[in-house]
Design a protein. Structure first.
Length: 256
């Protein structure tokens, strides 16, 4: 299927590793021009160099919890790309410091308010697009309780807030031709990622969750990126205000 993304422009936060990196790779493979940001300048430079071999990729080091800096990045890189058709909000503090007010505040600033700042800054550019699309990366923890011993309790509630936010954006921005959707992954194994760390530090918990999957494995970042690319594309023109769980049937809820 031609996703009709060739020549379109995208901004992706936290786009140098994990799911964000896989999303950038997928959008570039579809012929998009992509600007990414992340906190680590060395990681940004490496990602731009590696992914730039496949297409036009530019990027900068930005801490998305610095909302003024994030807004400035959106404005600068939207101009450099010559517009914006798609934004993918992927940054997360992943629970921050467990069981602390600081952890909740960090998760709020990184997950929720960075998404709000990202959308607000990108809206003038998205309104000029013929196929504006907002994709928010969520989590199954927002829709079903997945308690991790020792983890931060703020992660799921903050992602749940974002799913509600996306639903409201869809209603507000639909008349402007801008769609907003969320993609909520289940456990995704990424080398060096959170489930890799769990595998090393809590192998029994890791194996128990792996065994729960009907396929007997964890998901891959590219499997999430494929869904993001479809949601981002004009071929999903009638998909708006949705939260799609991508978990290989890991969750127990029935998605009526």
């Amino acid at each position: 299927m031609d996703l009709e993304l060739t020549g379109r422009k995208a901004l992706v936060t936290a786009g140098t590793r994990g799911i964000g990196r896989a999303v950038v790779e997928r959008l570039v493979s579809e012929g998009m021009q992509v600007a990414l940001c992340a906190r680590n300048p060395d990681g940004v430079a490496a990602a731009v160099a590696e992914l730039g071999a496949e297409g036009q990729v530019i990027g900068a080091s930005v801490d998305v919890s610095d909302h003024a800096a994030l807004t400035a990045w959106v404005e600068e890189y939207a101009d450099r790309l010559g517009g914006v058709d798609v934004i993918v909000s992927n940054a997360s503090a992943l629970g921050g410091i467990p069981h602390s007010p600081e952890g909740w505040r960090r998760n709020f600033e990184v997950d929720v308010m960075s998404a709000v700042s990202f959308v607000d800054a990108a809206l003038p550019f998205l309104r000029r697009s013929e196929a504006g699309s907002i994709v928010q990366i969520g989590t199954i923890t927002a829709v079903e309780n997945h308690f991790y011993p020792g983890g931060g309790l703020s992660y799921g509630p903050m992602k749940a807030a974002l799913i509600n936010y996306v639903s409201q954006l869809a209603k507000e921005l639909g008349p402007d031709g801008i769609r907003a959707n969320a993609v909520s992954p289940g456990p995704i194994y990424i080398e060096g990622g959170s489930w890799d760390r769990i595998r090393q530090n809590k192998p029994d918990y890791y194996e128990a969750n792996k065994a729960r999957h009907p396929s007997g494995r964890f998901g891959r970042a590219d499997e999430v990126a494929d869904v993001v690319a479809f949601f981002a594309s004009p071929r999903a023109s009638w998909v708006n205000g949705q939260n799609l769980v991508v978990d290989g049937s890991f969750t127990m809820r029935i998605g009526y």
